[in-house]
Write a protein that binds this ligand. Sequence first.
Ligand SMILES: [Zn+2]
Length: 314
Amino acid sequence: MFIGIDIGGTNIKGVLTNRKGDIISFKKISTANNLAKIEYSICSLIKTLSSQKSGSKSIVKAAGIGSAGSIDTRKGIIITSPNIKSLNNYPLARKINKLTGLKVFLENDATAAIIGEWWKGNGRNFSNWIMLTLGTGIGGGVIINDQLFTGQSGSAMEAGHMTIDYKGKKCLCGNRGCLETYASATALVKLTRSKLKNHPSSTINKRIINDKLTSKIVFEEAVKGDLFAKDIFNEISFFIGIGISNLVNIFNPEAIILGGGLSKAHRLLLPNIKKVVAERALEGLKENVKFLTSMDFDKIAALGAAKITIDACK
Ligand SMILES: [Zn+2]
């Protein structure tokens, strides 16, 4: 058995799987904001998952962890993690190995997601395709001629940090106008907050009397028909469409697969994304691109992290 962990800005998710990729168990917990608590969460997730099958911890061979940020996979170090600052320059694989006794492999979370989607999801049907993970930040991965494109150090396709507006909003990475400052779940909440005072009749106002504003609330109200919430999704999808137009022109993909928590809102996002791509991408490249969502966006990155580990333990 193998464990795959996906550390997101909002939740940490874990799967227990066999070599074939059958998910035996799945758990998720919310992401803490300090390092000691994150480590504790990962260890307790591993412990809970390990005891799911036969009650014997020894059946789990190794664990794979997908984390946001740029990763030194060889050393198992998170180099930079813009959305979870406490993980900057952190030897996470070694720490979790010490705490659990398991062999631990570390990978970028979007890379883990594309590997999961490639193994068990919609990516199985294409040779040239792109995955965009829309969550707290935005990540990406690309399969070129049935090969994962990694770049020189394994950090290729930081799609969330492509420049959409060179004079634009300041991004956590230090640059300006990155896609994720306009189109991530974090950006969606900021945009909603900045415009909400001009929309007193929006049903979002009632939802946040006792609760914190989240992208989930905006999504739920948009689904129920709140026009302001729908407008927010329209604006977000415009920027995602611009980002995807750039990617279509560069990679000429057969398919774009959306993953990450925000992809749950695909019915709200995709019509405008497709419209923007049809208006902006080059003729001859844009016509046959298929738009899909991840087969199981909640579990796929954790499953991908497990797959990396299964391959490494052959
Ligand atoms: Zn950036």
